[in-house]
Design a protein around this ligand. Structure first.
Ligand code: 7ML
Ligand code: ZN
Length: 880
């Protein structure tokens, strides 16, 4: 049972707000130590006034109230109440102006929610409930208002003053201060409010929208980062064009600003006209950013831009609907990235992250539906499930409806709900109406947690030429949901004959075949599909393009997998067939290790690996994905009781064997991938670099002097961060003298660059060498370690506990004690970050009894902490 001091919020308890706020007029007297906020709100009642007036309840946290006026008259102390968390006025008029003056302290705000200081600048983060830490307000997304904001600050230290919308006036004030007034003509919820003040420079460009309007694009950074914004600006332009071309959506203000901030809890924030970004998703230079960094920047820039329509123009009625904007916007940014880069490689990367993180969430005590039923702290629901499973749900709708009807559904959604705060239901209804389909069963994807399992079997009758596929679906129980109803699942598939030809797919009763790839719709617990005209027993190609976020079992033989891997038309299925082979091999070795049997890697695996490696026709990026072994975390998911050290040992044995046995082809492919010209991030060779670095990592798995020499040579000669880090990460995992030499040189070269030093911390935290925890503890004392900076905390503590399964779960529980200590430190500094660090502890049930006890002990120690933040309390209590 959850503690009563924390109040659970239930979706079913939603009621419309008692009062609405039409206009908001804010004046900030900015100062890092103490900022004064004057708020003038035009408020009117939103309920029937024939009975008694209802109290006006405003949210407010960590505020010092200086004065409160109603229609210009100071309110006597007996006309209102201030408690922790709110201010109430028992009987206000039907329509009135409320003026509240409050004081806040940005510098003391280490939670980085509300108004806070980052370096020398002041900035805000309001989603989900940070606005109440700035001023008293009805802080919920269905209260939408027009904002006018005046910022006053010292001209010398804060020459730049930004807020949402358009700049209306600016000028000087006495005492070296100045002001700027911004007006945002679009009604918005409070979570989209933002301000930034500081000594910033910007780069800019003009963008002509599809209707010919000119928009000013501006990216603001600290002076020293001026040269690192180009890629972000070009990414923004690409995103704007893409949304026009793919969805017919045009930008709506005359100015679009992005500010990069070093201290930021999340990736970025879509505040109307004024995005605030974690600087890691803005700043890039060819020397200091990897290919992955470049891609991530493009994706996050796209994500925040796409929110302008999916989130801002149409927002969420309440926070249970979070996936309405986040699932949809994730889907949009994934499609944008797929169009900008390699579609198959992008899809594979997305599936990998879904499977290793979201499937694990769905299988544990923190499992929740895409649309949760209840929460204590909404910040804890910015989860893989709400975001990424939510994105898969949108993708399934597109698969079920087809491209055209899906686009029509999007248009209908925008047409019906522009300017509103709505529910997931409204979105799905627009899709149902546009596609003329009944999606009531489909809604279960929003309401039922857990990853469905599809068990597929088949039967072939030679005499009749009928091939029958039978699919049985089930879904395991999750907290509060012991029994599940069947889902409506699109299962994309094809059939291959023994030569690998794709067969025409004609179901019994159909007049003709409908292509060689089709979508079967599952709606029942068990369903059979009878294909006619099949001349010989086929191999089924299932879940093409990962058409649904499910687990699928089919008894593939080795020959079947080899056929799919080399011949299937669907790149995801080709990749998956290789992964299934690797999983089978590694899990076989895990069993051998646990039972003390002799270990050897099957010849057939090395052969097929070698054949793939030699396939020059394959796209380099795709090939790199196909030759990458499943993550240790994904392998862990395949085990009843996770044995982290056996998984690591088995996977390393395969890597070592590949490196040993395929030394020559690995060297040759790496050589063929070697740079021929100076690095450019957009040279189209990211896949090549990835493959080259993968080859190096296999060679380094053997620990040979030859490989170490190659790594050092690459480290010393690389002209780009991808190759530098590719080499350094292999050295960080190598028990050789070159390890410290290279790490030291890297630090000296990059000590002034925060983003790169984050990588330097992570690399050491994810080293699989046995002394890693010891090193991580030493790094806590490093002068550059700062637990108050979220990126830095994640780069060391997060990287070790979430990216180094074998060392974190090392016998003895030292990793667990370390993590709990850091969570307790973070609890009083930044509860959101503290809560996110709890994830590994939520998985305790999956381990052996010894580890279970140790993890539970740490959870109990966390729960016993006096003054535990609600964020941390909720996850720790639910994990127990
Ligand atoms: C996801 C975000 C948040 C939290 C950004 C904060 C956001 C809420 C915000 C994908 C790409 C970039 C960022 C995020 C992310 C967790 C993840 N509204 O825009 O969703
Ligand atoms: Zn988002």
């Amino acid at each position: 049972m959850l503690h009563t001091q924390h109040l659970t919020i239930h979706r079913k308890d939603y009621t419309v707000p008692d009062y609405l706020i039409e206009t908001v007029d804010l004046t900030f007297d900015l100062d890092a130590e103490q900022t004064q906020v004057v708020s003038r709100l035009a408020i009117r009642s939103n309920h029937d006034r024939s009975g008694a007036p209802r109290p006006l309840v405003l949210d407010g946290e960590e505020l010092t109230l200086v004065s409160l006026k109603l229609d210009g008259v100071e309110l006597d102390a007996d006309r209102y109440q201030v408690e922790e968390g709110r201010l109430s006025i028992p009987a206000p008029p039907e329509s009135f102006q409320l003026e509240a003056t409050t004081r806040i302290s940005p510098k003391a705000n280490s939670a980085l929610s509300g108004l806070y200081a980052s370096g020398s600048m002041l900035c805000t983060q309001c989603e989900a409930e940070g606005f109440r830490r700035i001023t008293y307000f009805i802080d919920r997304p269905d209260v939408m208002a027009v904002y006018t904001v005046t910022l006053k600050a010292d001209r010398a230290t804060c020459p730049v003053l930004l807020s949402n919308g358009n700049l209306t006036t600016r000028g000087d004030l006495p005492d070296g201060r100045h002001f700027a007034t911004w007006h945002d003509p679009f009604k918005k919820p409070s979570y989209l409010f933002a301000l930034v003040a500081g000594d910033l420079v910007h780069i800019s460009d003009r963008f002509a929208t599809m209707s010919g309007r000119q928009v000013n694009l501006e990216i603001y950074v600290e002076q020293r980062n001026r040269e690192k914004c180009e890629h972000a600006l070009r990414s923004l332009e690409r995103a704007m064009r893409w949304d026009e071309e793919q969805f017919g959506r045009e930008y709506d203000l005359d100015i679009y600003m992005i500010v990069a901030v070093d201290d930021f809890n999340m990736g970025a924030m879509e505040n109307k006209g004024l995005n605030v970004f974690n600087s890691r998703y803005v700043l890039a230079s060819p020397q200091s950013a990897t290919d992955d960094d470049y891609h991530a920047i493009e994706e996050v820039i796209g994500h925040e831009y796409f929110h302008n329509w999916t989130g801002n123009r149409i927002t969420c009625r309440d926070w249970f609907q979070l996936s309405l904007k986040e699932g949809l916007t994730i889907f949009r940014d994934q499609e944008f990235s797929a169009d900008m880069q390699s579609r198959p490689v992008k899809r594979i990367a997305d599936v990998k992250s879904l499977r290793s993180a979201q499937f694990a969430e769905d299988a544990g005590p923190l499992a929740h539906p895409v649309r949760p039923e209840s929460y204590l702290e909404i910040n804890n629901f910015y989860s893989m499930t709400v975001y990424h499973k939510g994105g898969e749900v949108i993708r399934m709708l597109r698969t079920l409806l087809g491209l055209e009807a899906f686009r029509a559904g999007m248009d209908l959604y925008f047409e019906r709900h522009d300017g509103q705060a709505v529910r997931v239901d409204e979105f799905v209804q627009a899709m149902a109406d546009a596609g003329k389909r009944d999606l009531s069963q489909f809604m279960r994807w929003y309401d039922q947690a857990g990853t469905p399992l599809l068990i597929v079997s088949d039967d072939y009758q030679e005499q009749t030429g009928i091939y029958t596929l039978t699919v049985v679906q089930s879904c395991p129980p999750t907290p509060g949901q012991p029994v599940k109803e069947p889902f409506h699942i699109p299962l994309a598939m094809g059939l291959l004959d023994r030569e690998g030809h794709e067969l025409p797919l004609q179901l019994e009763g159909e007049a003709r075949a409908a292509g060689t790839s089709r979508v079967l719709e599952l709606r029942e617990g068990s369903q059979s599909f009878r294909f006619v005209g099949i001349a010989s027993r086929p191999v089924p190609s299932l879940l093409r393009n990962f058409s649904a976020p499910v687990k699928l079992e089919y008894p593939y033989g080795e020959g079947d997998l080899a056929l799919l891997m080399t011949r299937d038309s669907d790149p995801f299925v080709r990749w998956e067939a290789g992964q299934v082979q690797a999983v089978q091999l590694i899990m076989g070795l895990v069993a051998d290790i646990r039972e003390g049997r002799a270990l050897s890697v099957k010849e057939s695996f090395i052969d097929s690996f070698g054949r793939l490696l030699a396939d020059e026709k394959q796209d380099r990026g795709f090939l790199a994905e196909a030759l990458t072994l499943p993550l240790e975390s994904y392998l862990a998911e395949q085990m009843e009781v996770i044995d982290p050290s056996a998984i690591h040992q088995a996977r390393e044995l395969v890597r070592d064997t590949v490196g040993e046995r395929l030394r020559e082809p690995l060297l040759a492919v790496r050589e063929a991938c070697a740079p021929r010209a100076p690095y450019r991030p957009d040279d189209g060779l990211a896949g090549c670099r990835r493959l080259g670095n993968l080859c190096l990592s296999y060679l380094m798995a053997t620990g040979s002097r030859e490989a170490i020499g190659l790594s050092m040579a690459q480290f010393e000669s690389a002209d780009n961060m991808t190759d530098s880090l590719g080499a350094l990460s292999t050295l960080a995992g190598c028990a050789c003298p070159e390890r410290d030499e290279a790490l030291g040189a890297f630090y000296d070269r990059w000590r002034e660059d925060r983003g790169v030093i984050d990588k330097w911390f992570s690399l050491q935290a994810t080293s699989r060498l046995p002394d890693t925890l010891e090193r991580v503890m030493q790094l806590l004392e490093h002068p550059d370690f700062d637990i108050r900076n979220p990126n830095r905390a994640r780069s060391l503590i997060g990287a070790f506990s979430q990216g180094n399964q074998v060392r974190f779960h090392e016998e003895g529980g030292a990793g667990y004690r370390f993590l709990a200590d850091q969570i307790l430190r973070l609890n009083s500094i930044n509860p959101q970050i503290a809560a996110r660090m709890l994830t590994p502890f939520s998985r305790w049930r999956r381990f052996d009894v010894g580890r279970q006890e140790q993890m539970k002990k740490e959870l109990a120690r966390i729960l016993a902490e006096p003054g535990l933040a609600r964020d941390v309390y909720e996850l720790a209590a639910k994990s127990m």
